[in-house]
Design a protein around this ligand. Structure first.
Ligand SMILES: Cc1cc2nc3c(=O)[nH]c(=O)nc-3n(C[C@H](O)[C@H](O)[C@H](O)COP(=O)(O)OP(=O)(O)OC[C@H]3O[C@@H](n4cnc5c(N)ncnc54)[C@H](O)[C@@H]3O)c2cc1C
Length: 220
């Protein structure tokens, strides 16, 4: 659609009350896109507390601090709600979502739970869920019976090879949610390993050292 193609079932935020669940970078992209498509309202729900604008003491440099971020998409508008636990999706008679029931988050023994008696309804015509990595698309992985890590990524060894001989995995599928630079570097390193597998040796560049290959936590 961005390239000018007509897409029959394209989801659009135009004229809709949009709710984005999840306060991370992906949520921020959803907010910006919804505004640009002409959403009627955009509400971003985050289950936790609003982070401080200052670097927390327990995350000194060079750690990556958890701070309140205002990205360009946030500057475009919308409401950001913290301590917002989604309790229920409410539907109209056709089964389409019409609102979310949201409660204030309460911390109980370290767990985040909805506080009873604080529920409110927020109108919603489109709900975008950006709550974290749930694993790569299952199709090929299921067909090949590739084992998963504890985080739902595809399990692999340091040479990017899975338990199925000759099947290699690079990028988010093996690493979990990450960044484009890692996907590019892993793609190149995995290509070198594939070359070595096929030809016995390889002159291709390997931009990632063996200790830096993120191998997920295997399920117990
Ligand atoms: C909304 C959003 C915003 C992001 N913003 C940033 C950012 O600003 N900066 C940044 O560095 N990173 C960002 N990321 C992360 C970045 O997009 C990923 O880390 C990166 O795209 C991973 O690359 P990849 O090649 O491993 O996987 P992907 O880019 O996900 O590519 C996998 C491809 O495989 C295809 N596929 C799946 N199954 C099959 C099959 N059976 N046959 C053929 N093809 C198949 C998929 O359709 C997909 O095209 C963002 C991610 C999201 C979701």
């Amino acid at each position: 659609m961005v390239a000018g193609d007509q897409v029959a079932d394209q989801i659009t935020a135009a004229g809709k009350h949009v709710i984005v669940i999840g306060g991370g970078d992906t949520g921020s992209d959803c907010i910006g896109t919804a505004h640009r498509q002409g959403a009627r309202s955009v509400t971003n729900l985050a289950i936790g507390r609003q982070p401080s604008s200052d670097r927390p003491e327990h995350q000194p440099w060079p750690m990556f601090p958890t701070v309140f971020e205002v990205q360009s998409s946030h500057e475009e508008g919308g409401e950001r709600a913290y301590l917002a636990s989604t309790v229920e999706f409410l539907t109209d008679e056709s089964g389409a979502v019409r609102a979310l029931r949201v409660a204030e988050t309460e911390y109980v023994d370290g767990s985040r739970v909805p506080r009873a008696g604080t529920e409110r309804e927020i109108p919603a015509d489109l709900v975008l869920i950006s709550m974290g990595f749930t694993g790569p698309e299952p199709g090929a992985a299921e067909e090949l019976e590739l084992p998963l890590t504890g985080r739902g990524a595809l399990d692999r060894a340091q040479d990017y090879q899975t338990a199925q001989e000759g099947v290699f995995v690079a990028g988010d599928a093996g690493r979990g949610q990450s960044l484009i630079v890692w996907a590019i570097a892993e793609g190149r390193a995995a290509a070198a390993e594939v070359d070595r597998y096929l030809a016995g040796e390889s002159a291709l560049p390997v931009p990632i050292g063996p200790d830096e290959v993120a191998i997920g936590v295997r399920p117990a």
